[in-house]
Design a protein around this ligand. Structure first.
Ligand SMILES: C[S@@+](CC[C@H](N)C(=O)[O-])C[C@H]1O[C@@H](n2cnc3c(N)ncnc32)[C@H](O)[C@@H]1O
Length: 253
């Protein structure tokens, strides 16, 4: 039986389930989440000072940032993801911590903390999103910046509540089944990989928020929006943008 209300879904469930295919399946991320643009903007805003990535994964972004000589730290709740980062990081450039970003972040302080590619939505409890932004606020330098990249769930109360997508690859077909709870914005998904050798289930969940909702959570946690672009190239954000790169700074009293 395929379950969408995966019992015991934990902060590491998504990462552990997808780590073995993440780098292969998500190479097309480059289309929307440009590595070069991300690295250039983060490096520019950090002025070469300490950077922390939340949900660092296999190091897609942290490794090229660290390779520029920027002290780079990454937190991830999945040991399977971090194992792959460590294997790629042959020079030991990125400092990693296995932790739930809603519960613990390294002391820092950091000039830039960032959370890319919808990773913030992996916090599927609204309280965890609040707790994470409080930790971010506490770990930034007074002139530090928090950068969050996510899609815009425009008009998302109108999105279909159920969906099935299929993807065909050389040796596998992948069905992605989603169920959205309109009242909360929680989306529960199950990726079903079908191969000649068998079937692999990979559960995932996200709690989506519109940009203005994110701004409200940030403001409650002492962070104010200072810039919002449509992408890492700093293209203007407009009402038709389906993606945003938002920059927050600590509110000082
Ligand atoms: C979509 S991947 C992004 C990985 C990487 N940032 C990138 O852009 O390629 C999300 C990552 O966030 C991690 N993650 C999910 N929930 C987390 C949590 N509560 N605390 C820390 N990391 C988490 C997952 O294990 C996964 O590695």
């Amino acid at each position: 039986m395929v379950q969408l209300n995966t019992p015991n879904y934990q902060s590491f469930t998504y990462g552990d389930a997808f780590a073995d295919v993440y780098d292969d399946w998500y190479t097309r991320i480059a289309e929307v989440s440009n590595v070069e643009g991300t690295v250039a903007l983060i490096s520019n805003l950090s002025e070469g000072l300490d950077v922390l990535e939340l949900g660092v994964g296999t190091g897609r972004l942290a490794l090229p940032i660290a390779a520029m000589g920027i002290p780079t730290t990454g937190v991830d709740s999945s040991s399977e993801m971090l194992k792959r980062l460590t294997a790629r990081d042959t020079s030991g450039l990125v400092t990693t911590h296995l932790a739930d970003m809603a519960s613990w972040l390294p002391a820092g302080p950091f000039k830039v903390i960032f959370c890319a590619y919808n990773t913030f939505f992996n916090l599927v409890d609204p309280d965890d999103q609040e707790k994470c932004l409080q930790l971010v606020r506490d770990r930034l330098t007074p002139d530090g910046l928090f950068i969050l990249e996510a899609f815009v769930p425009s008009n998302y109360p109108l999105l279909p509540t159920r969906g099935v997508e299929s993807r065909h690859m050389t040796d596998a077909t992948v069905l992605n089944i989603t169920i959205r709870e309109p009242s909360t914005g929680l989306i529960r998904g199950q990726s079903i990989e079908i191969k000649e050798t068998g079937v692999t289930l990979r559960p995932w969940r996200i709690l989506i928020k519109a940009p203005d909702e994110l701004d409200q959570v940030a403001a409650r946690r002492g962070l104010k929006l200072v810039n919002r672009w449509q992408d890492w190239h700093q293209s203007p954000f407009t009402s038709s943008s389906d993606h945003h790169v938002s920059v927050y700074a600590p509110i000082t009293v």
